[in-house]
Design a protein. Structure first.
Length: 74
């Protein structure tokens, strides 16, 4: 993947590719031409790897998935 994209963007791209394979099949033929999409097992492994990297990034924070809110008077 491109070094300029974030992990979240890469994960979204991989999920879109998995959806395309699941919706349209691994390969198909039109007349004498055939098209083969990326390997589903490879995409799933890549998705798992990216998700683990994203989780590791979040683990480096003091309080992951914690948000602070400030409420001013009514």
């Amino acid at each position: 993947m491109d070094g300029r994209t974030t992990l979240a963007e890469q994960l979204a791209q991989v999920n879109a590719a998995i959806t395309a394979v699941l919706a349209g099949g691994q390969s198909y033929r039109l007349g004498s031409r055939s098209v083969t999409r990326a390997d589903l097992a490879m995409l799933k492994a890549l998705r798992d790897d990216l998700a683990a990297q994203a989780a590791q990034e979040g683990a480096n924070e003091l309080l992951p998935r914690t948000y602070a809110a400030r409420f001013d008077g009514r």
